[in-house]
Design a binder for this molecule. Structure first.
Ligand code: FAD
Ligand code: 2HG
Ligand code: ZN
Length: 471
């Protein structure tokens, strides 16, 4: 590899080539501490041209590349394998905002921009950048695009894919595809942009993107409501969709069991609703007219919901601090699970019409077969996206429990997902975690087509091999 490093040092400063164990260590383990790998080196380029040179060099020396952003992904996509022969290409130094186009309502930014910084920059110009997720303080736009991240605003603004108009990508042969266009219409053949979005670093390296901006809402109102069951929660969603339409920007669900776990680890985050309701729903309305308008609308819908017995209690946040506290309660469930120890995640989507039967049946099957397990079920109900996570029985050692039960639990849950015509990955992607599950659930035709694309775009299989699909 001496020749490889010699050539590398001709275009990348040595301080951006990390080869010492202590320098590489922070890049080798994912946020969940679920995956750890080894790497030949961690490379930190700052321009698309440097990324392209690295890819060409890797292609020449048959070195495979693991693209990496904030390393907050849940499926091990950004973690290298254990061979010690792969390089990690971390994009964090590519963090420039290239342009904010006011008239076009777009922002052009580099892959290493941290999501929260983008939201702040957009807000400074009076715009909303609607992508929002718990990891926004450390995940990066390139990672968001590569995973097609979802988050809490999908109901109104769509997934990351829906927010993207153009991309710049370094291909597996080290060429730069300049697709940096802020166009809302462009029917010039195959959509290359959509091919790279959600490909988790297996088809190309995203170096920059043009993303949509929206006007900042004038007023937002947040409320927590209590529902007895999932059927009334969905009826409530439909009521809000009918009465508030595009003003509805958030509709998140938390079961009592998931909030109990939250309170155990974060006691200051107690649910303000009375009587520990089975389902707590967080609803957000955003308005461009006036504060009075949206408040009145919210109160009117809640009144109708009470009268129709869809809800039994409601607390409207009286100020921004309280609204933030409601959101923190929702977002801390993931952190509470991490505090509790290793858990089994199922990031699934189910058609809303099948959600009730899915939850009732799957809960029952799991509790029968794995007595004492805790079902930490919460998520983006407005999108039919559940984080249907399983924690071991109280007192059981998570690692021991998972070692013998992980496979049968996944099989049971995914069989139920299949029965309901759902998806085994709503927003977190596939990475290395769900490689086998994807093969089993995608269907042969779709899986073969994915392999055909991978072979065509990355014939040497150097971009994130054995993630998403194995060829
Ligand atoms: P990484 O983890 O670094 O990488 C993810 C994948 O993308 C890997 O396969 C990697 O190889 C590839 N990749 C990274 N950068 C590039 C690039 N420039 N070009 C090509 N490939 C690249 N996800 C959601 O969808 N919704 C949520 O609500 C949500 N909430 C979260 C809350 C918490 C507390 C945490 C820790 C995570 C959450 N996530 C959520 C998961 C995660 O934050 C997202 O998947 C995020 O988009 C990953 O971004 P990242 O920069 O950390 O990517
Ligand atoms: C969320 O919606 C994230 O909070 C994390 O997608 C979900 O912890 C999880 O499983
Ligand atoms: Zn989520």
């Amino acid at each position: 590899m001496q020749h490889f490093f010699q050539q590398l040092s001709t275009f990348l400063e040595s301080k951006y080539i990390l080869i010492q164990d202590e320098d590489k260590a922070p890049y080798l383990t994912d946020w969940r501490k679920r995956f750890t790998g080894k790497a030949l080196a961690v490379l930190l380029p700052s321009t698309s041209a440097e990324v392209a040179s690295i890819v060409r060099l890797c292609a020449q020396h048959h070195v495979s590349i693991v693209p990496q952003g904030g390393h907050t992904g849940f499926c091990g996509g950004a973690t290298p394998d254990n061979s010690g022969t792969q390089i990690i290409l971390n994009l964090k130094r590519m963090n420039q905002i290239r342009e904010i186009d006011i008239a076009n309502q777009t922002i052009t930014l580099e892959a290493g921009c941290i999501l929260q910084n983008v939201q702040v920059k957009a807000a400074e110009q009076g715009f909303l950048f609607p992508l929002s997720l718990g990891a926004e303080g450390s995940c990066m736009i390139g990672g968001n695009l590569a995973t097609n991240a979802g988050g809490t605003n999908v109901l109104r603004y769509g997934n990351t894919r829906d927010l993207c108009l153009g991309l710049e990508v370094v291909t597996a042969t080290g060429e730069i595809w300049n697709g940096i266009k802020g166009l809302r219409k462009d029917n010039t053949g195959y959509d290359l942009r959509d091919l790279f979005i959600g490909s988790e670093g297996t088809l190309g390296i995203i170096t920059a993107a043009v993303m949509k901006l929206y006007p900042l809402p004038i007023s937002q109102w947040t409320t927590l409501v209590a529902c007895e069951n999932i059927t009334s929660s969905i009826a409530l969603l439909n009521l809000f969709q009918k009465r508030a339409n595009s003003l509805l920007t958030g509709f998140e669900m938390m079961t009592q069991e998931s909030l109990e776990l939250n309170e155990k680890h974060f006691p200051h985050m107690a649910n303000p609703l009375q009587g520990k309701p089975p389902f707590t729903i967080l609803i957000e309305l955003s308005d461009h007219e006036s504060e009075a308008h949206v408040k009145q609308l919210l109160e009117m819908i809640l009144e109708e919901a009470f009268e129709s017995q869809l809800i039994s209690d409601a607390v409207i946040a009286s100020n921004l601090t309280q609204a933030n506290a409601f959101w923190h309660m929702r977002e801390h469930i993931t952190l509470a699970q991490a505090e509790e120890g290793a858990n089994l995640k199922h990031d699934i989507t189910i058609p809303l019409s099948a959600l009730d039967s899915f939850i009732q049946e799957t809960d029952e099957l799991l509790r029968d077969r794995f007595p004492g397990i805790r079902i930490i079920n919460f998520g983006h109900l407005g999108d039919g996206n559940l984080h249907y996570n399983i924690a071991p029985p109280l007192g059981a050692d998570p690692k021991t429990f998972n070692a013998s039960n992980e496979k049968p639990i996944h099989e049971l849950v995914y069989a139920q997902v299949e029965r309901c015509n759902g998806s085994i990955s709503a927003e977190h992607g596939v990475g290395q975690l769900k490689l086998d599950d994807l093969r089993a659930h995608k269907g042969d035709v779709a899986h073969e087509l994915m392999k055909t694309l991978k072979r065509a775009l990355d014939p040497q299989n150097i971009l994130n091999p054995h993630k998403v699909v194995s060829i």
